[in-house]
Design a protein around this ligand. Structure first.
Ligand SMILES: Nc1ncnc2c1ncn2[C@@H]1O[C@H](COP(=O)(O)OP(=O)(O)OP(=O)(O)O)[C@@H](O)[C@H]1O
Ligand SMILES: [Mg+2]
Length: 256
């Protein structure tokens, strides 16, 4: 039996930010329904990988390839990458003043539905499912009527990212430190939602420094990013070892 083609295939990706090449050569595969944890010291380039894949204009791709379900992501503008099924939950979700949260998410969802050949959801049907999803995430309903993230607490911003994830149903979700700033119920909600969506075939790349959540997520692989490359690939044992010994002891000194 031949194994299925990975949902995401990243090959030799090289990314520059400002004057600096942050990713030198990143290659990784993620299968549908699987979960990869990405670890790495602060500043090693984890967020850079997510933002470059999502198409943030400040992250200049110098070379390499990224295919999502066979589609050349890097050739697409950011909104087309989202329509192809890519979702990025920001490490620091920005405010979008003047844009109501429910309208923002419904517009994004209907763009996705259009690309899947589904009819748009009207305001009533959308609100019904948005309220249900918000309740499941412990996010007050009033947050739906407020401008995106404006005045939201740190944890509320992260829950709002989870709300988008729940409603958009992407093929591949990259969660960049979704647990940071979340209380214990929030982290539990992350684990439950990831489990549910993974069972439906969504693939995940989860960036986290938090071993307890990583263990609960039952990853298929744990990767360590260092010096712009995937320096180590392992399983939960690698995450546990990093938690015990830190990153500094694993990093080869420059020039070694
Ligand atoms: N817009 C930018 N201009 C200049 N340098 C940047 C920019 N964005 C990121 N960098 C630099 O790129 C490097 C990688 O940053 P990145 O945010 O990807 O790290 P990270 O692995 O996500 O770290 P953390 O664990 O702290 O979130 C850092 O040295 C950072 O200072
Ligand atoms: Mg980061």
């Amino acid at each position: 039996m031949t194994s299925p083609e990975p949902l995401l295939q990243v090959r030799d990706l090289r990314v520059q930010v400002g004057e600096r090449t942050v990713l030198h050569s990143v290659s990784l595969d993620v299968n549908a329904g699987s979960l990869v944890v990405l670890m790495g010291a602060n500043g090693s380039g984890k967020s850079t990988l997510g933002l470059a894949l999502a198409g943030h204009p400040a992250y200049q791709v110098l070379g390499g390839q990224a295919l999502l379900a066979g589609q050349d992501l890097l050739a697409l503008p950011a909104h087309e990458r989202a329509r192809a099924g890519l979702f990025l939950s920001f490490q620091s979700p920005p405010d979008v003043p003047g844009v109501k949260n429910n309208l923002f998410i419904r517009t994004a969802l209907n763009a996705q539905r259009e690309s899947r050949g589904q009819p748009p959801l009207d305001a009533f049907d959308f609100l019904t499912s948005a309220k249900q999803a918000a309740k499941a995430l412990g996010l007050p309903e009033a947050m739906l009527g407020r401008p995106v993230n404006e005045g939201f607490s740190g944890g509320e911003r992260k829950r709002n990212e989870l709300l988008q994830l729940a409603l958009l149903q992407p093929r591949l979700a990259l969660l960049d430190e979704i647990d940071s700033g979340m209380d214990v119920d929030g982290v539990r909600a992350v684990v439950e939602q990831v489990r549910r969506q993974r069972a439906q075939g969504t693939a995940f790349i989860v960036v986290s420094h938090y071993l307890q959540m990583i263990e609960q997520l039952e990853p298929d692989a744990v990767l360590r990013l260092d010096q712009g490359c995937i320096a180590e690939t392992g399983d939960l044992g690698l995450a546990r070892h990093i938690a015990e010994t830190g990153f500094a002891s694993r990093t080869a000194p420059a020039g070694a």
